[in-house]
Write a protein that binds this ligand. Structure first.
Ligand SMILES: Nc1ncnc2c1ncn2[C@@H]1O[C@H](COP(=O)(O)OP(=O)(O)O)[C@@H](O)[C@H]1O
Ligand SMILES: [Ca+2]
Length: 497
């Protein structure tokens, strides 16, 4: 017998039994690891969708949200994937021809059908929420607002999505859901971090919402919204000022200047050289000013600008009432407001206006901001038009007024100081999703923010797989070692025979 052959016969690994056991062992490990990996792999990219229509006073916008299908309940991973701006004005402007309100939504609804995968259409919830424009129309003419809703419902019911209804949001809901959106997108809710206040400026109303340590909801309960989110309790202060959106405040400022029914006004909130003929009946056609329409005024007036920030601010201040406050402290119009606290995100028209004016940097001292706005307001209208040939004129003519209103609202209205002004961030989007009430509204209606913190798996996926693999290997090694008593017998047997 050669030395080589002897070695081979003595080597226990070379006996058929051991080889079979080893092969089975290896197959078992591979099978075990494969099963563990497949079983625990996140289900491959299946998404769910939700659609919210924001029927604002000035226009309607459609937002599509998306989240991983197996994680509806707890992961904070809802994102906006698409938005569509409805052509034309807000639905409340169709009071005299309601069918057009429904029709106006068609293009964006068709776009949504393209964007959401077909097989998900029937299970995709679709909501429409209307804000201050419809609140005002409902106050003014509730049958007209009902007809607008009927027309809108009819259009939305035709869609393949799961239509969940159209309604007017209360001011508290609008404020609170805007706050939820901002804090959800910033991951502040799930982690229980200090929250960010929300400032929303619309065309017909404006909202302020924040958590303040010295506010437990007992003073002025109508301003309080209590939440339990991811195991944390929040006592949110929120207030919506109807008629204090920038379009309605402009009406109030013009009403202030046309009380005597003049044929011409020289408005410091508009640029020098601006001149436009405006109709009294159009200006006063809003519940925010209708009771102040001057008797015996002519049909129209010549609206001329003289561009003075200081004088404009005086007019804007006169739309706030600071005379009475029955609470420990107030913002304006006798409305309770606790001490401002924490950082704030200011979105919607706050962002559009301050971004246009290049004033989104709040580390610039407030006095410098005012100086810049003073210079901007004093710039002749012709020059402004030349400098911004691509900006819509109906926006362009109002930035001096809107900028003045924003600074006045923040400082005189809400009591931001030159120090706390820097706590404000003017924002449009957070991580790709628009700041606004729509996401918070959908998260609430789909129960996607649990009251209690979700149970998280004790190990991450990779850790789990590694541990299963190591244990399996150990078991096989132990198994092979347990066969050791067989090794010598196997190799010696030929010699005995
Ligand atoms: N690019 C822009 N520049 C200035 N203002 C804008 C721009 N886009 C939208 N806005 C204004 O933002 C406001 C949006 O308000 P909206 O949401 O329609 O009303 P509300 O929230 O009061 O129901 C309107 O005043 C609109 O004119
Ligand atoms: Ca709005």
């Amino acid at each position: 017998m050669s030395a080589q052959r002897e070695m081979k016969e003595k080597n226990p690994w070379h006996t058929p039994v051991t080889i079979i056991i080893t092969v089975i062992g290896v197959i078992a490990i591979v099978a075990l690891v494969t099963v563990a990996v497949l079983q625990n792999r996140p289900v491959s990219q299946k998404y769910k969708y939700g659609i919210v229509l924001d029927a604002g006073s000035s226009h309607t916008a459609l937002y599509i949200y998306e989240w991983p299908a197996e994680k509806d309940n707890n992961t904070g991973r809802v994102e906006q994937t698409h938005s569509c701006k409805v052509k034309g004005k807000g639905i409340s402007s169709y009071a005299s021809e309601p069918w057009k309100a429904g029709e106006s939504l068609t293009l964006c609804m068709q776009e949504a059908e393209q964007k959401v995968p077909k097989k998900r259409h029937h299970e995709t919830p679709l909501y429409l929420g209307a804000t201050a424009g419809m609140r005002l129309l409902n106050m003014e003419n509730s049958s007209a607002s009902d007809k607008v809703f009927q027309a809108v419902e009819k259009a939305l019911q035709k869609s393949p999505f799961s239509y969940q209804g159209a309604r007017i949001l209360s001011g508290q809901e609008e404020g609170a859901f805007g706050w939820v959106t901002v804090n959800y997108l910033d991951d502040r809710l799930m982690q229980g971090l200090e929250t960010t206040g929300a400032l929303d400026l619309g065309g017909a109303s404006t909202q302020i919402s924040f958590v303040s340590d010295n506010y437990d909801g007992s003073e002025s309960p109508s301003n309080s919204v209590a939440f339990r989110l991811y195991g944390n309790d929040y006592n949110l202060y929120t207030h919506s000022f109807l008629c204090y959106g920038k379009d309605q405040v402009l009406r109030m400022a013009l009403a202030q200047q046309t009380q005597s029914g003049p044929r011409t006004i020289l408005d410091p909130c508009f640029h020098p050289g601006y001149t436009e003929i405006k109709n009294y009946s159009v200006l006063y056609d809003s519940p925010c000013v209708s009771d102040r329409k001057p008797q015996g005024a002519p049909v129209s007036f010549n609206h001329r600008g003289n561009g003075s920030f200081g004088q404009c601010q005086e007019i804007v201040k006169s739309v706030f009432n600071f005379t009475s406050c029955k609470y420990s402290q107030c913002s304006f119009n006798g409305v309770f407001q606790p001490l401002l606290q924490g950082p704030f995100g200011a979105f919607s028209a706050y962002y559009f206006v301050m971004n246009f004016l290049n004033l989104t940097d709040t580390s610039i001292p407030l006095d410098t901001v005012k100086d810049k706005l003073t210079r901007y307001c004093a710039t002749p209208w012709d020059q402004i038009k030349l400098q911004h040939p691509n900006v819509k004129l109906n926006y362009l003519e109002e930035y001096c007024f809107s900028g003045t209103y924003i600074l006045t609202l923040l400082t005189e209205g809400y009591n931001f100081t030159s120090e706390s002004y820097s706590n404000i961030k003017f924002i449009k989007k957070i991580k790709g999703s628009d700041a606004g009430w729509t996401l918070g509204y959908m998260l609430n209606l789909t129960n996607m923010i649990p009251a209690e913190a979700p149970d998280s798996p004790p190990l991450p996926h990779a850790g789990y797989v590694s541990i299963v693999t190591i244990i399996a290997l150990l078991l096989v090694v132990l198994f092979i070692l347990s066969l050791r008593p067989l090794w010598p017998r196997c190799s010696k047997q030929p010699h005995i025979i």
